[in-house]
Design a protein. Sequence first.
Length: 307
Amino acid sequence: MFASKKKTRIGLAALITAAALAITGCASSDPLGPSAAPSTGASGDTSTIVVGSQAYYSNEIIAEIYAQALEGAGFKVERKFNIGQREAYMPSIESGEIDLFPEYTGNLLQWFEKDTTARTTDDVYAALKTALPKGLVVLNQASATDQDSYNVTADFAATHNLKSIGDLAGVPEALTLGGAPELAERPYGPKGLLDLYDVTVQFIGTGDTTVEELLAGTINIANVYSADPSIQTDSLVTLADPKGLFLASHVVPLVNADISGEIADVINAVSAKLTPEALVAMNVQSTVDELSPTVIATEWLKAQGLN
């Protein structure tokens, strides 16, 4: 393959030699295009690993960690971040358009098995591995969790002596639950509250403003991810869940089975270092310090000796 499209005066012998090289050594459809060696990973694979993320800053941070770790190992990576919730991104994962996605064991299991009875960390992970459709696998789960939880303000908890979700049944005023719009149909949403704890709530889809709506009094129960820094910074009270409305939900890499073997060592090394404390700290860097996912991921990987 020629390195330039410029024409030069060369002899007939050189032209013949160049033509022969172009025929035998160039796989490009453009024989005059610039040469470029393919990017290969640790296994010698020449494909690009497509990493996706939810439209959620914490999930994007983890996805960026995966991407940078793979790039550090020599893989070529394409990022498709901020896609949305499972309804939006799961079709792309199942079709193979996205190769790697940071997921959460409990919620992902309920996506595929709505009536699962698994609740503990080990049981959920084991059930998830068998519930996944053909073509998808999960690598090692991290100790880090970022699962759904129900939270109230400190004042509301003190006023009604709330410690657990079941205590909500004794609150004399109307209860309004806020969260992502999808929560309305989730097994742990309003129906789950009624079935498991006999708690009746109205529901408002509050999306990204859930905590703000809770503090403003628009809602009195908020569905907040357990690694959200606002639980600490806004002194929210997380209600205990003794009956297991929420499944254990650890960070877990969801992977296209065709490439799982190639990237397992790299991504499992990340999962081994990703603790609950580390995830909360990185979320604080995002929401309080306003650092970008790129910077947060780079600093964390360096601190862990993974890049």
